[in-house]
Design a protein around this ligand. Structure first.
Ligand code: F6R
Length: 589
């Protein structure tokens, strides 16, 4: 997803902007650029490709001046081309803008501006510098022009602007796209994500919708009417070294190995808060969990736990569909929003509608101060540190851990639940070691297969779906996960000689039926990959898992499937950390 950065400080902006953009790389992007202000001139370079490629073609690092803005673009409007890369400029090249989000009414604005302005790109963003230009030409300051411009824009956005007429400042604002301000005694930043500047400072302020910030000699905040407001800087406790590879080839591997620790950290919660939330869930007439992608699969397991341990039924609705159910959401509804980033636009939109209807909102997020955290009546944080690999791994097991804590709290067995979770952590560690080599071999063996099917029953159904999602997003092969019983209702038609079928079959009351479904595929020539405590003659390949109580199985079944996806990506020459077309934080609808 697009990432923006702005900087004003005591040293050259360009190297700092570049470093910040590299820290935002994990979000996923296709082009990059920066603009700085010096000696009454905007200097800018931008191009398609990764930051290193753009730096190979242009001397970004040498752009002069101590004030600047930067951008990594994830194309939404307009092709991936140099001209569509950010920054974008006004007609005179005196104003530069970087933007994250979508200006929904850009066509209308562009039609209005075009008679007097020269547009060069296909982007929605380009209307912003031209609008600022109009207002400044009419006598507005940069601050006033940004304020007036933002009133013209529909949609979600966060943007930052610089102008040669006010060379000492960056002005930025947001609506429904994240923007965080960071500052120390001699440098100030704005960025889409605090990770961008975490090496410089961990003192941050999250801008609210409609607010503005002016980075200059001091940092000034304005409300939506342009009146100065006071906002307090808070320290985020993420450490920069959590966001480095620390010797691993890829973040994804590092983050998989961090999973036992992530479970332990997720357990560090305020018991009073857990109790309040547990009671809130039990007392609500209806509970709806909303999430997207991997977070939704965690939610499906959460739903199972609430039902199994606390006898509480709830529904799970994917974020992008939630708003269409708003007719049945009211003040008796409790919505639980689950999101690693806390910034997923699909989830935010549904939660917003639910709040308008009077629903109460709990959030389960990793990013402190993120939009979903701020929208919620109560928040649980995953506490697992930043996750940089685009594919969610450690945040998934952290989300599961929070669902365990809530479900055990509702059952009044929290201490017992915590002890059982602690006991599982070393089993995961041993299992990773046990499977590591075999999974590499398996990934090589199946590297020419282009369709994978994953089946499971009961609590592990969502794990089959998650295993398939991991496989497709980083290996670029077709993969589907489904309840094992569902296979014969259609998908079986696709099973052919050698088709890999991943059978998640722990030894519980679902085992016999799941194995029976595996036999149905074997009879059609499938290559059966079994995950279970003991092997079975039907398995062509076996992935051992530790023997744990049924309700905890998702924690041990998911890890080998993450590793299988990881090694399959490597076997096919893919970069597991940066899958094509995907973004870490999906801030558009
Ligand atoms: C999969 C993945 C995505 C995210 C989804 C929701 O590995 O990363 O499917 O799970 O985009 O993101 P969050 O959890 O940030 O709301």
């Amino acid at each position: 997803m697009c990432g923006i950065i702005g900087y004003v400080g005591d040293t050259a902006a360009a190297p700092i902007l570049l470093k910040a953009l590299r820290n935002l790389e994990y979000r996923g992007y296709d082009s990059a650029g920066i603009a700085t202000i010096h000696n009454g001139k905007v200097s800018a370079e931008k191009d398609v490709g990764k930051i290193d490629q753009v730096c190979g073609k242009h001397d970004l690092e040498k752009l002069p001046g101590n004030v600047g803005i930067g951008h990594v673009r994830w194309a939404t409007h307009g092709d991936v081309t140099q001209v569509n890369a950010h920054p974008h400029f006004d007609c005179k090249g005196e104003i530069a803008v970087v933007h994250n989000g979508i200006v929904e009414n850009y066509r209308e604005l562009r039609t209005r501006l075009e008679p007097k302005h020269r547009f060069v790109s296909q982007t929605d963003t380009e209307v912003i510098p031209h609008l600022i230009e109009e207002y400044m030409d009419a006598g507005a300051t940069l601050e006033q022009a940004v304020l007036q411009t933002s009133r013209q824009l529909k949609g979600c956005y966060a943007f930052a602007a610089v102008c040669v007429k006010e060379p000492d400042r960056v002005v930025a604002t947001r609506r429904e796209s994240p923007l965080v301000v960071g500052a120390n005694s001699h440098r100030a930043f704005i960025a889409s994500d605090a990770l961008a500047f975490l090496q410089e400072t961990n003192r941050v302020v999250f801008l609210e919708d409609g607010e503005f910030v002016i980075l200059g000699k001091t940092v000034t905040f304005l409300d939506q009417d342009g009146k100065p407001i006071k906002k307090e800087f808070k320290e985020v406790d993420w450490k920069w070294d959590q966001a480095t590879k620390q010797g691993y080839d890829y973040y994804m591997m590092k983050e998989i190995l961090e999973e036992p620790q992530a479970i332990r950290q997720a357990m560090m919660q305020d018991r009073k808060l857990l109790l309040e939330m547990g009671i809130g869930i039990l007392r609500s007439r209806q509970v709806v969990i909303t999430a997207c992608g991997t977070s939704r699969f965690a939610a499906l397991i959460g739903r199972y736990l609430f039902s199994r341990l606390a006898g509480k039924f709830c529904d799970v609705i994917m974020g992008s569909e939630f708003q269409y159910f708003s007719d049945s959401i009211d003040r008796n509804t409790l919505v639980i929003a689950v999101s690693q980033s806390g910034e997923t636009a699909d989830v935010i939109q549904g939660v917003k509608r639910a709040k308008e209807n009077g629903a109460q909102v709990y959030s389960i997020v990793n990013t402190v101060g993120s939009t979903l955290a701020r929208m919620a009546d109560r928040v649980l944080y995953l506490n697992c540190g930043p996750e940089i690999g685009v594919a969610a791994t450690k945040t998934f097991v952290s989300q599961l851990t929070l669902f365990y804590l809530l479900a055990f709290t509702m059952e009044n067995r929290l201490d017992d639940g915590i002890q059982q979770l602690l006991d599982i952590c070393p089993l995961i560690e041993q299992n990773v070691k046990q499977n590591n080599k075999g999974l590499q071999v398996l990934a090589q063996k199946t590297r020419d297969r282009n369709d994978f099917y994953y089946i499971a029953r009961g609590i592990n159904f969502a794990i089959a779906a998650e295993g398939a999602l991991k496989m497709k997003e980083i290996s670029y092969i077709h993969a589907e996960g489904m309840p094992a019983g569902e296979l014969k209702h259609g998908t079986l038609a696709l099973v052919d000689h050698g088709t890999p079928i991943v059978v998640v079959a722990p030894d519980d009351y679902t085992y016999d039926e799941t194995i029976a479904n595996a036999h149905e595929t074997k009879a059609r020539g499938a290559f059966v990959i079994g995950l279970s405590e003991e092997t079975n003659p039907i398995f062509d390949a076996w992935i051992p898992i530790p023997d744990v109580d049924e309700i905890f199985q998702p924690l041990v079944t998911v890890v080998p499937l993450q590793l299988l996806a990881y090694y399959s990506a490597l076997a096919r020459g893919r970069d597991p950390d940066k899958p094509r077309n995907l973004a870490k934080s999906v801030t558009v609808l």
